[in-house]
Write a protein that binds this ligand. Structure first.
Ligand SMILES: C[S@@+](CC[C@H](N)C(=O)[O-])C[C@H]1O[C@@H](n2cnc3c(N)ncnc32)[C@H](O)[C@@H]1O
Length: 224
């Protein structure tokens, strides 16, 4: 069974192909650079050398209809709107018919609600949206490296928007709660703190013959 954890960060459970392309994951594969990084503390992440390195904005290295499950937590929002659509199209291409996809992203509505309810002030909204490469605590080196070691949010989602995109891509999706899933080992892959104030959408790839029938019915109102 082939299961992908796309944008894994430091969470690399067994039984999954854990994919990321952060500089830390590259460095972890090069012992000398890894030692220098530990000494200079350039990157704090505890990166593993077991990560499968791939830039998720590019074509996926897996064959059509070859993957059983795709899990991606807090990664889609780091891609621009068009990169995100490309990423989801690639997920659709590599998933087997009826294969499962589960995406978790921060919930824009939760952030806006906190602001409109007076729980956060206006000058905290951009912090919550996490849209800047820079941190005021960064020294000169980290500032230069920021575009390579920081991943600000480039697109935000809420549940209705992600469900609509799922449907456009050919997934049948529903909104889920934490650990509510058809993925057998969801308790291994899901991290409770990542489900807080988050959109959680899980779906299946609609088999091609069914999606063709649906499209034909939409084009031919007589059949409806
Ligand atoms: C906020 S972390 C999420 C980590 C983990 N999935 C979690 O939920 O805690 C986002 C991850 O996406 C990765 N990422 C961002 N853009 C990527 C890309 N284009 N290709 C591969 N990984 C990417 C980053 O390196 C980072 O590890």
């Amino acid at each position: 069974m082939l299961k992908l954890n796309l944008g894994c960060g430091s969470h690399i459970p067994n039984g999954w192909v854990n994919v990321d392309y952060a500089m830390g994951a590259w460095i972890a594969k090069l012992p000398i650079l890894s030692t220098i990084n530990k000494k200079l503390k350039i990157i704090n992440f505890d990166w593993s050398d077991r990560i499968f390195i791939h830039d998720l904005r590019k074509q996926f290295p897996w064959a059509d209809n070859s993957v059983d499950v795709i899990y991606s937590s807090h990664t889609l929002e780091h891609l621009s709107k068009s990169e995100g659509r490309h990423f989801l199209r690639e997920c659709h291409r590599v998933l087997k018919p009826n294969g499962i996809i589960r995406i978790i992203v921060p919930d824009l509505r939760a952030i806006i609600d906190k602001y409109t309810q007076g729980k956060i002030a206006a000058d905290q909204v951009l912090d919550e949206l996490y849209v800047s490469y820079e941190s005021p605590r960064d020294g000169a080196l980290k500032r230069r490296l920021a575009p390579f070691i920081r991943f600000p949010h480039k697109c935000m989602y809420d549940t209705p928007t992600l469900l609509r995109i799922f449907s456009e891509m050919g997934f049948e999706g529903t909104s889920k709660g934490a650990f509510e899933s058809e993925i057998d080992d969801v308790r291994v892959i899901e991290q409770l703190d990542r489900t807080d104030e988050a959109v959680i959408v899980e779906g299946k790839k609609i088999p091609a013959h069914i999606s063709k029938q649906v499209n034909a019915m939409q084009l031919d109102p007589v059949k409806l």
